[in-house]
Design a protein around this ligand. Structure first.
Ligand code: ACO
Length: 335
């Protein structure tokens, strides 16, 4: 059996910075409310005049990851693309990336696991490498949230949290035993599916009916979030899935060099940090600058932590996520 490892990382965020002050001009909110509840100061929104889309941002992140990996794009055997905000209802962004990067007719899979999507995508890549079926896999997370948020006071409890961006990794075979992805751990609990969801448009909620049935309120094609229930479940599941991963590898919390949590909300990350008694330099947060970028948040944060020299060879790195589904997941890496 082979072991997989991250060979190259990349990220892309749009230039357009939207501050809390900017939002307070278009809805009833304030910098104070947003910072206190979420830690977010600003986020990026696609400039509507640019050509950026979920797939295009994913392509830009992927190009950087491919270049840094030293892997020839023609040697990519599989594309795994995680997003909740695809360009099209179908087909998925994976095939768009394949076309944009002129990659040969390898398979392309789209993953629909929202905030946990990137860890799910990495896990899929890890399994294909382990079995020996594929050697090099491009794993992308990208989100265009700003295209689908309710940017009015009605939608403020959700729309202030989310931002746009993309991250990517090339996952390949590890040459050194014990180095790379050690294990991945995935969970879901569908009974909470509608507690953090975008219900329509869908085959059950088609646009003309939605508008007829909901002329003003409760429009199901904007995301809904039961924030307090999400918070309560997130802190429990984050902790569980981090411990599950550490225990699987006979590691203690003290062995953890860097935790990259999905950037859901700074308060959730701080809760976990306190619970595990981690120092500031053992947890990477950039939600202050980017907001919550869902499937892109972990690869963006991982790329930045690596670029800033905060991850060194031999470090134990833990990726952990919780989100819509509910789904939650972790990956334990030895860098
Ligand atoms: N600006 C100002 N006021 C607001 C805003 C806003 N953006 N949004 C909501 N409010 C108001 C509400 O209307 C409410 O007013 P009321 O008391 O007059 O009714 C008041 O603020 C409190 O609203 P709550 O929803 O109770 O606020 P809460 O303290 O629960 O904070 C939050 C909301 C931040 C979403 C919180 O529940 C939370 O942290 N949840 C975790 C969920 C999360 O982090 N999700 C991230 C995305 S999902 C994921 O990645 C896992």
């Amino acid at each position: 059996m082979y072991q997989s490892k991250i060979k190259g990382l990349g990220k892309y965020v749009p230039d357009n910075i939207v501050t809390n002050e900017d939002l307070s001009k278009i809805m009833e909110t304030s910098d104070e409310w947003i910072v206190e509840r979420t830690g977010i100061k600003e986020r990026r929104h696609i400039d509507k005049k640019s050509d950026d889309t979920t797939a295009v941002m994913g392509k830009k992140a992927a190009m950087q990851a491919i270049e840094r990996s030293g892997v020839d794009k023609d040697d990519i055997d599989l594309i795994v693309f995680a997003t909740l905000s695809p360009d099209y209802y179908f087909p998925g962004c994976g095939v768009q990336i394949q076309d944009m990067l002129s990659i040969h007719t390898c398979p392309a899979i789209d993953v629909r696991n929202q905030c946990s999507g990137y860890v799910y995508a990495l896990s899929i890549a890890d399994q294909f490498i382990k079995t020996g079926m594929y050697k090099n896999i491009l794993v992308i997370g990208s989100e265009n949230h700003s295209g689908g948020l309710d940017m009015t006071t009605r939608g403020r409890s959700v729309s202030v949290i989310f931002g746009d961006g993309a991250g990517a990794a090339v996952v390949g075979r590890s040459e050194n035993e014990g180095q790379g992805i050690l294990s991945t751990h995935l969970h879901s609990q569908g009974e909470f599916a509608e507690e953090l969801a975008l219900i329509g448009p869908s085959t059950n909620h088609w646009v003309p009916e939605i508008i007829k049935e909901n002329p003003q309120e409760n429009i199901p094609y904007f995301p809904y979030m039961n924030g307090q229930l999400v918070f309560k479940n997130a802190v429990v599941r984050f902790s569980e899935v981090i411990m599950e991963g550490l225990q699987k590898n006979n590691l203690e919390v003290s062995d953890l060099d860097m935790l990259i949590p999905h950037q859901a909300n700074l308060r959730i990350a701080q809760f976990i940090q306190k619970k595990f008694k981690l120092n500031d330099d053992q947890v990477y947060n950039n939600i202050q600058r980017y907001g919550n970028t869902t499937a892109a948040s972990i690869p963006i944060a991982l790329t930045e932590a690596w670029e800033e020299g905060k991850i060194k060879e031999g470090d134990h790195v833990v990726l952990a996520a919780f989100g819509s589904g509910f789904t939650w997941a972790s990956a334990i890496l030895k860098w």
